[in-house]
Design a protein around this ligand. Structure first.
Ligand code: ADP
Length: 411
């Protein structure tokens, strides 16, 4: 029996999201998530996509990630998709921070795990949860190849001029302070899919990708390689996000500490959790913000305008970085669904060859599509992102190559 299934795991500090895919035809066999791990009110939602596909939900305490993964394994087994199946080829893990070392998906062994642990100081909120997920999955299936797919990997091609902050080099290097970028799996998938949509090879296309979810980032992709991105040392830099401020004068932090009397932890929470759209107007869901704008709510209007102003600045900046732009691609929750955001971000940029067709922009859909008028020199695209499929594809391709290498070494 051939092994073509890949389980994709995305471990957060108190959650575990998963998808089981069959790479023979890229079909999803099951999806689900465990939330509030470690609390009394943990919840597992599991949807098998074979058979009748009815969602199942369990509530009740799930103590830790090990218990969570075991509960997921039991749900999958109940659908005949158990983790002990010979059809399972590998487990692919989303790992947020791969530093400079991990430029590609990597088969996990003890040394790789140690290196991911070494990166915890630069990703204290994310890497520990990813490490827990990896350890748990390895304990459950020690014989199975496990692959780490890094959020930072796609951005490791950024030139030093884009990746370095203009601060003292020795201090920066000592503390590994530089711009790493995140959402890389999405930027890679969306830039490649945009090239396909234009009927061109990725090497021949320059794309600005706008990943606008609750977290948001922009990237400039030249010929399939990332040359700049808006997130930096952490996912706080860049665009206005649901709850994060994005760019600000770093002296705001000194001011809030010295004059405002806030602690570093309070400022951290302020900028990461209480800023962005929610800080500006009390809502971080673009649907709600648009509803308020349409009702004439001034605070929501200002939040929307600040969001769009920043987005436009990045489009202009990355246009200049790339020199020639073939397409701009909108993706993630806001980018895929919020037609007013897409229209406003591109409005007034006709001189740059950019325009959105109102009717095409209003059409909803799950497929990659163009929303620019035929005459537009720079195409505007909506490309639904699929990070799980990308992680599964990269994992499957790597495991195939890995096994081929092992076979050759054995001969
Ligand atoms: P993340 O993965 O960063 O949590 P998503 O990419 O799922 O986020 O995006 C979530 C956001 O997408 C929501 O907070 C909301 O603002 C926005 N969103 C989702 N659906 C719509 C919609 N129909 N119209 C406008 N915005 C939407």
């Amino acid at each position: 029996m051939s092994s073509t299934r890949v389980l994709v795991l995305n471990s957060g500090s108190s959650s575990l999201k998963y998808q089981l895919l069959d790479m023979a035809d890229s079909a999803r066999l099951a999806v689900g998530l465990v939330e509030r791990i470690g609390e009394e009110t943990s919840r597992l939602k599991h949807t098998p996509l074979t058979g009748d596909g009815a969602e199942r939900e369990r509530t009740g305490p799930i103590a830790d990630h090990e218990a969570a993964l075991k509960a997921v394994a039991a749900e999958l087994a109940a659908d005949g998709l158990g983790l002990d199946s010979p059809e399972l080829a590998a487990i692919g893990h989303r790992v947020v921070h791969g530093g400079l070392k991990f430029t590609e998906p990597t088969v996990i062994d003890d040394a790789v795990l140690a290196e991911i642990e070494r990166l915890v100081p630069v990703a204290p909120l994310h890497n520990p949860a990813n490490i827990t997920g990896i350890r748990t999955a390895r304990a459950l299936r020690p014989d199975l190849p496990q692959v780490a797919v890094f959020d930072t990997a796609f951005h490791t091609t950024m030139p030093e001029a884009a990746a370095r902050y203009a601060i003292d080099v020795a201090t920066a290097d000592q503390h590994r302070v530089r711009r790493y970028g995140f959402h890389g799996t999405s930027h890679a998938y969306v830039s490649r899919t945009t090239a396909e949509l234009l009927g061109k090879a990725p090497e021949d296309v320059n794309v600005i990708v706008l990943h606008l979810g609750n977290g948001a980032s922009a990237s400039a992709v030249r010929g399939g390689r990332c040359v700049d991105t808006s997130m930096g040392l952490t996912p706080l830099e860049g665009l206005v996000m649901g709850t994060r401020s994005g760019d600000l004068d770093p002296a705001v932090i000194f001011h809030l500490a010295r004059v405002g009397g806030l602690s570093i932890d309070e400022i951290d929470t302020l900028l990461n959790k209480k800023s962005g759209l929610i800080g500006l107007c009390g809502d971080n869901d673009m649907r709600e913000i648009r509803r308020r704008v349409d009702e004439g709510d001034e605070q929501a209007r200002l939040a929307f305008d600040i969001y769009i102003h920043r987005l436009k600045k990045y489009i202009g900046a990355y246009y200049a970085v790339l020199g020639r732009v073939d397409a701009i691609a909108f993706t993630a929750g806001v980018g895929e669904n919020a037609a007013p955001v897409r229209a406003a971000a591109v409005a007034g940029l006709e001189e740059l060859g950019l325009a959105v067709d109102g009717e095409l922009n209003a059409v909803r859909g799950d497929e990659p599509r163009l929303i620019s008028p035929g005459y537009a020199r720079v195409k505007v695209a909506v490309v639904p992102t699929d990070e799980e499929l990308e992680i599964a594809s990269q994992t499957y391709a790597l495991v195939g190559r890995h096994e081929e290498r092992l076979r050759r070494m054995g001969n």
